[in-house]
Design a protein around this ligand. Structure first.
Ligand SMILES: [Zn+2]
Length: 260
């Protein structure tokens, strides 16, 4: 599913739409408009405007218009952003690349042709006008060790669940979190507040390394554990049989020999 690395690639293609005048907006699926706003209000806010800035906080894409409103886009489990017929990321490992017109939920048409489309098979994503950005923690790429330490401090939640809590740190999803905990050699079921200073330091450098390396490889599905995410999966480092269990509501894989 799209995690922050995928949404970052969507932001990059959306940046090519900056400055173009919006001619029309099609809300193909009214359910896709979130925040209790009438779909017509979203259309009215965007029509004849231009996007002037592209931003991203965690998994939320933000496009600011020239009259000060902001379109927020969330991609749920299967969302894809397409600009002028080109997808933000090639060959999504987590979903079909099929272009079923029924999956097109929201379309922005620009003057002179071209369009920005949100495709979402399972429609767990959505668009929102002026989303409340204060509900998100800092983007994971900007989190320093102190911020990470504060996010974990005193929490009785499993460290994995805390890392995926978007109000604490924005952007980490299931795959990125499993990979970074594996790199840090920390058991995902550990209580977040139980990590000592040395473990927080290790976790922080593993988080940075995971984002950098997987970003370069092409997405959250390119992690070292990815090929082993099945019942008989083994640790790519030491060869132990991976443990598989639901943690924080998500299927989690880790190496019981090394992650303690
Ligand atoms: Zn191992």
């Amino acid at each position: 599913m799209p995690e922050m690395l995928e949404v970052e690639s969507y932001r990059q293609i959306a940046s090519r739409a900056l400055g173009r005048r919006i001619e029309a907006v099609e809300v193909r699926d009214p359910w896709f408009v979130k925040g209790g706003i009438d779909p017509d209000a979203v259309v009215a806010a965007l029509r004849r405007r231009r996007f002037v800035a592209d931003r991203r906080i965690g998994k939320l894409l933000l496009l600011d218009t020239d009259d000060g409103s902001t379109l927020g886009v969330r991609f749920g489990m299967t969302g894809v952003l397409e600009l002028d017929g080109v997808d933000g990321i090639d060959g999504l490992a987590y979903g079909s690349t099929r272009r079923d017109p029924a999956w097109e939920r929201f379309i922005v048409h620009f003057d002179g042709g071209g369009s920005l489309r949100v495709r979402d098979a399972r429609r767990l994503g959505g668009v929102e006008l002026d989303p409340d950005e204060s509900r998100l923690g800092p983007d994971a790429t900007t989190v320093d060790r102190t911020t990470l330490s504060d996010a974990l401090f005193g929490s009785a939640a499993p460290v994995k669940a805390r890392l995926m809590d978007q109000s604490r740190i924005a952007g980490l999803g299931n795959l990125l979190t499993d990979d970074l905990l594996w790199r840090a050699r920390i058991d995902p079921t550990r209580t977040a507040g139980s990590l000592d200073a040395g473990e927080v330091r290790r976790l922080h450098s593993a988080m940075r390394a995971t984002l950098r390396v997987l970003g370069r490889r092409g997405g959250s599905h390119t992690g070292d554990l990815q090929d082993q995410r099945h019942r008989d999966g083994h640790c790519p480092r030491c060869g132990s049989l991976l443990q598989r269990q639901s943690v924080g509501g998500r299927t989690t894989y880790w190496c019981p020999a090394e992650q303690i």
